[in-house]
Design a binder for this molecule. Structure first.
Ligand code: BTN
Length: 271
């Protein structure tokens, strides 16, 4: 499986760049992964995975790169992606309505937090909706992008992208105050082992995607619950208190005593 799998379904550029790395050995036990594409460098693993999804790649196709030249973050931001981090994207074909696709992000956040704790002795928290925090700093970002089909309620695919800062060089100098890495915690983490754990945990949780049973754990790991936050909104920033995260992954806030739900966006909290 994986390593030398369906190269013929990839377009020329992806197939030519593909290398036989060491990951295949680690991921062999994971039956959720149907295809592994390892690249020394690419612009964005999400971009490559989307291209493969459009060409018909099956659920479980995983693209991993050593570095990215144009790593994408949420809200149109870029994601610093030099060597020393984990950059990977998975093709999914979930049977959920497109408006619930945010659950992929919440499910992945729990999987990454669990995986980090399995390979180290740190505690991993989740900042709604897609960031993993260790020792007060962001060490991982998640970007899920859906390909919509106007004739169907379900997305035709979702590409789930995960970026984890492992080594010190993966932290951008200008963001050192808020962005961290696993190496900074004094842990020696093997990238291959961490990748293996992420997909092992994700495969377990993905089975119950629509029932969202993992939301309880997501909430327990939340670094926002009960906290006062600043919500960045187009009409102007405001403060609110985080009251809950509901089963659809919405952030429930109290704004001047009134309950409101946020389905996406950006909030900041003083840690
Ligand atoms: C964020 O923090 O805003 C989300 C960052 C997501 C980064 C990952 S790295 C692998 C995948 N490929 C990308 O271009 N982005 C995601």
């Amino acid at each position: 499986m994986k390593q030398e799998g369906n190269v013929q379904m990839m377009n020329q550029s992806v197939a030519q760049e593909k290398v036989n790395g060491s990951l295949g050995r680690y991921l062999e036990q994971n039956s959720f992964i149907t295809e592994l594409v390892e690249l020394p460098e690419t612009d964005s693993t999400n971009r490559v995975a989307k291209e493969l999804a459009v060409q018909g790649a099956s659920e479980g196709t995983l693209v991993v790169a050593e570095r990215q030249s144009m790593g994408k973050g949420r809200l149109g931001r870029s994601f610093f992606s030099p060597e020393g981090g984990i950059y990977m994207s998975m093709v999914l074909r979930p049977h959920i309505p497109a408006e619930r696709a945010v659950l992929i992000t919440t499910c992945a956040a729990v999987a990454v937090a669990r995986a980090i704790e399995r390979v180290s002795s740190v505690t991993a928290g989740i900042k709604w909706v897609n960031d993993i925090y260790v020792n007060g700093k962001k060490v991982c970002g998640i970007l899920a992008e859906a390909g919509l089909n106007p004739e169907r309620e379900e997305p035709s695919y979702v590409v789930l992208g995960i970026g984890i800062n492992v080594k010190r060089q993966s932290v951008p100098e200008e963001l050192k105050e808020i962005v961290g890495c696993l190496e900074d915690t004094g842990e020696v983490v093997s990238k291959e082992e961490l990748i293996t754990m992420v997909w092992e945990e994700f495969a377990k949780l993905y089975e119950s995607l629509s029932t969202a049973v993992y939301m309880e754990e997501y909430k327990e790991r939340s670094i926002l619950l009960g906290k006062e936050v600043t919500v960045f909104a187009p009409e102007g920033d405001y403060t609110a208190t985080v009251d809950d995260i509901d089963r659809d992954g919405h952030l429930v806030i109290l704004r001047e005593g009134k309950r409101e739900e946020l389905s996406f966006g950006e909030v900041s909290v003083r840690l």
